[in-house]
Ligand binder design. Structure first.
Ligand code: DGL
Length: 264
């Protein structure tokens, strides 16, 4: 599993809780974060490099692209290049909002890269073209999470300003289309109101992963033994471990460093 930084830890948390017997390797590309404001071609290159590293070094059976921006930029190429199953975070989230909306008007928030890629509009149109979608880029939110600042007045003010178009659109379901955003769920819910259902692509991706493992007969045969969790970062290890353990929980006790070939 990989992400540009800490956001994918929301997917890691959901996966550890749902599939405790599986071994997990998580790579946070904090040395090259953020992805959301980079050209999608650069993000694709990073994603392919990371995927090859995880396949070659850890012999993984499934790759989860735990980042919406990387999913939008690289899922198709990763699926074409790799011989293992590759799961993104966009389709599972879209499936969940389609099931939950009554008003048939939904909102999606994400990074500039994800929103400008049009990936959510395409994924929704493929599932149900009677649902109206309002997308909204939220530059700045990821930076708060990467600093470990997920509550407080500053984040609330920013969230309210960024989400004004969503409030105005009067949606009944809001998809958190960036894996960092579940950490800001409190502030987001306060901004859009308690009647709007928030859907986290992290939980939905873990459910999808469980279904995939089962349908392919790839699940671990020994569900009673706890799997291992290994964490890797391309950035500063001390800060990755400090912030990451606060966000993920006790499984993140230490991390290994990885130096990418292609760095800015
Ligand atoms: N976690 C990433 C996502 O889901 C974005 C973070 C970043 O901009 O690097 O899109």
């Amino acid at each position: 599993m990989f992400d540009s930084g800490f956001g994918g830890l929301t997917v890691a948390r959901a996966t550890i809780d749902l599939l405790p017997g599986e071994d997990l390797v998580y790579l946070g590309d904090t040395g090259r974060y953020p992805y959301g404001s980079k050209p999608l071609d650069d993000v694709r290159e990073h994603a392919i490099e990371i995927a090859n590293h995880l396949v070659d070094k850890f012999d993984i059976k499934v790759l989860v692209v735990a980042c919406n921006t990387a999913t939008a930029a690289a899922l198709k190429d990763l699926r074409a290049d790799l011989s293992i199953d590759v799961l993104g975070v966009i389709k599972p989230g879209v499936r969940a909002v389609v099931e939950r909306t009554d008003s048939k008007r939904i909102g999606v928030i994400g990074t500039v890269g994800t929103v400008s890629s049009g990936a959510y509009e395409s994924a929704l149109a493929a599932l149900d073209d009677h649902i109206e979608i309002v997308t909204c880029a939220c530059p700045g939110l990821v930076e708060f999470v990467e600093r470990g600042e997920t509550t407080g007045e500053r984040i609330q003010i920013l969230v309210e300003r960024l989400l004004a178009p969503i409030v105005e659109a009067d949606v009944d379901v809001l998809l958190l289309g960036c894996t960092h955003y579940p950490y800001l769920a409190r502030a987001i819910s306060d901004a859009v109101g308690p009647e709007v259902i928030l859907v986290s692509s992290a939980d939905e991706t873990a459910f999808e992963l469980a279904r995939l493992l089962e349908s392919k007969g790839l699940g671990t045969p020994d569900e009673n033994t706890a799997g291992s969790a290994r964490f890797i970062s391309s950035g500063d290890i001390a800060s990755f471990t400090r912030v990451g353990s606060r966000l993920l929980g006790p499984e993140l006790v230490d991390a290994e460093h990885w130096r990418p070939k292609y760095a800015p």
